[in-house]
Write a protein that binds this ligand. Structure first.
Ligand code: HEM
Length: 280
């Protein structure tokens, strides 16, 4: 098990961002990834494409686990690792020829940066530092380059402006979006661990609080976030900040490539990742 003081890390320019994802802000960034995943259902065009593929309905836990695994593998190992080459190849293959626009891809890619970034500012142990932010921007820009998503805005501010404008232009309610949410709700329940496990029966309400934005909740067909669930998130953030001040940052790696996760209780090989018909 790698600890934060070990040095067996990839030699690249993302060490501060990687440390935030794996240690210092691990739980908060993970919550942001979960929120970003649901957010991507909120535009009717993307929802239609996801529905047509059927993967979210047939095996929602594997679909969600795979999405997380691919991003975490890339962050943990860096882009030049052989496992990352396989992940990048999978991303190129599964998206080849999908009837979506370049902006749809830019939006989904940027959601994995901006949603966790905003989550940490609001509910996290702390906001991202300037260095973590710059490296996060550079990491997702390089990911875009490697899978053919070009002309991303150059700074976090410009990325946020693009992201917000895209949502204003495209987020609308659709039956497909709602169906995708219903299919994936169990995945969200599964994410509620530790003391939050007791609240699994409140998954729809907590999902609304996680998504937060009333426009997105409306598009997904879930109730707007209630005041009490938002208060719960704020209280939990305050408690975690207090604990963190006493215990210091996390010392165990959050994500270990190949280790048990989500749909893979006994661990996985890179070849397990991906939809059946386009396996690695
Ligand atoms: C650039 C950002 C994106 C990333 C990082 C990403 C990530 C992924 C990953 C990891 C998979 C494999 C999932 C699996 O193993 O089952 C996948 C599959 C897929 N993605 Fe994306 N995706 C992105 C953008 C999009 C967009 C904009 C759409 C449009 C709706 C889309 C639609 C799909 C479809 C249809 C599949 C294959 C079938 C399925 O699993 O539903 N993706 N994506």
């Amino acid at each position: 098990m790698r600890h934060r003081d070990r040095t067996d890390e990839p030699h690249d320019d993302y060490s501060a961002f990687r440390r935030a994802v794996q240690f210092d802000l691990a739980q908060d960034i993970n919550a942001g990834f979960v929120s970003a995943y649901f957010r991507s259902f909120a535009t009717p065009d993307s929802a239609r494409v996801l529905m047509a593929s059927g993967a979210m309905q047939s095996d929602p836990l594997k679909r969600a686990t795979d999405t997380g695994v691919v991003i975490y593998e890339l962050i943990a190992n860096g882009f030049d690792h052989p496992r990352s080459m396989q992940m990048l190849e999978l991303l190129r293959r599964v998206h080849k020829g999908l009837p979506v626009t370049a902006d749809d891809y830019r939006y989904v890619l940027l959601s994995m940066l901006i949603v966790p970034y905003r989550w940490c500012a609001r509910y996290g142990i702390r906001p991202w530092t300037t260095e973590e932010t710059a490296q996060g921007v550079a990491f997702f820009t390089e990911l875009g380059d490697r899978i053919g998503i070009d002309r991303l805005p150059p700074t976090m501010t410009a990325m946020e402006a693009f992201f917000d404008q895209y949502e204003t232009d495209t987020v609308r309610p659709s039956p497909d979006s709602h169906t995708l949410v219903l299919a994936s709700l169990d995945v969200f329940r599964f994410q509620l661990t530790g003391p939050m496990r007791l609240l699994r029966f409140l998954a729809p309400q907590l999902l609304s609080a996680t998504v937060e934005d009333p426009r997105i909740c409306h598009a997904l067909g879930i109730p707007p976030a209630a005041r009490w669930t938002r208060a719960l998130l704020h209280t939990s953030a305050g408690a975690r900040r207090a604990v963190n001040r006493i215990t210091g940052p996390r010392r165990r790696l959050f994500f270990t490539p190949g280790a048990p996760v989500g749909a893979y209780p006994h661990g996985y090989r890179p070849s397990d990742v991906g939809p059946e018909r386009t396996k690695l």
